[in-house]
Design a protein around this ligand. Structure first.
Ligand code: SF4
Ligand code: SF4
Length: 288
């Protein structure tokens, strides 16, 4: 089983639009939406949820009021100011450091994992999908990404599928690291802008750190052909294949409005470019 992750370095490059189009072309894939902070692959794939599970991300302190003697030791030692004047713990401020549990002379405090989100197993018209939702203001998205990937691999094994296609999160932080590590290929969707170039270099750095090969798609390349050329030249110097050059086309927006992928919308500009990029990605993945 192979894992292909699509990344972008930042939001708004068309990554999810292109990943959804790949999903419609992949014959034998499980889809994994690892952009858990701002998941939107479901808007195009309309998953039908078959199973859901709780996600408990970070630990927080819980007080048993029956045991508390109101000595104040916990409030004095909590450096996150998460304990109020009544010695009650404020969930939203607690960082789960555990100091209050240690200093409490009455054993009135213990740590518990807080419910931080949900993970889902779903069906889509292109195959099974693993996805999740992180509750508002919750952290630990890297841990939730790991759960989404684990569920996707389990689905692939159960349904004898040969590919996990991952829609990765933006940036280069913990959720990206959780999305990229151990995969077989990273496809970076970028755009020809100064920040796009900067982000491309940063994501390539992360992929190389984890020894994952990289391919690049330049989306809306015709908006700034000079910058697109500069980026292609950099890719050539770095031995990174540019497997797609997508022109700007309103069909991407039209398809999204209709809840379809570019391939289903089947315009005569973007759809052929996406098909070609997918063929080349398959070539890199399976050595064809
Ligand atoms: S676990 Fe740490 S942050 Fe949370 S209330 Fe206790 S001392 Fe404060
Ligand atoms: S340290 Fe324990 S007993 Fe003292 S105020 Fe905090 S919870 Fe209550």
């Amino acid at each position: 089983m192979k894992e292909l992750v699509v990344l972008s370095g930042k939001g708004g490059t068309g990554k999810t639009t292109i990943t959804a189009a790949f999903a419609s072309l992949a014959k034998d894939a499980v889809l994994a939406d690892c952009d858990v902070d701002a998941a939107d692959l479901h808007l195009l794939l309309h998953p039908e949820v078959r199973g859901r599970m709780e996600f408990r991300g970070i630990e927080i302190a819980i007080k048993d009021p029956a045991l508390c003697t109101e000595c104040g030791a916990c409030r004095e030692k909590c450096r996150f100011e998460a304990i109020d004047e009544n010695f009650d713990i404020m969930d939203t401020r607690c960082e789960g450091c555990g100091v209050c549990e240690i200093v409490c002379p009455a054993d009135a405090i213990h740590l518990e994992f807080r419910l931080s989100g949900e993970a889902y197993i779903s069906s889509t018209r292109f195959g099974p999908m693993s996805h999740a939702r992180l509750f508002t203001a919750e952290e630990a998205s890297g841990k939730l990404v790991a759960m989404v990937r684990k569920n996707a691999k389990m689905l692939a094994a159960d349904e004898d599928r040969s590919l996990v296609l991952i829609d990765g999160p933006p940036g280069i932080g913990c959720p990206v690291i959780a999305s990229i590590s151990g995969t077989d290929l990273t496809c970076i969707v970028t755009e020809p802008t100064v920040s796009g170039r900067h982000d491309l270099i940063r994501v390539v750095g992360v992929a190389r750190h984890f020894k994952v090969p990289v391919a690049v798609i330049i989306n809306r390349y015709d908006v700034n052909p000079e910058m697109a050329q500069t980026m292609e030249a950099w890719c050539a110097e770095e031995n990174i294949p540019v497997i797609g050059r997508m022109p700007y086309d309103t069909a991407a927006t039209m398809a999204m409005v209709k809840g379809m992928t570019i391939v289903e919308y089947d315009d005569d500009v973007l759809a052929p470019a996406v098909r070609d990029a997918w063929r080349r990605l398959e070539g890199l993945l399976y050595g064809r």
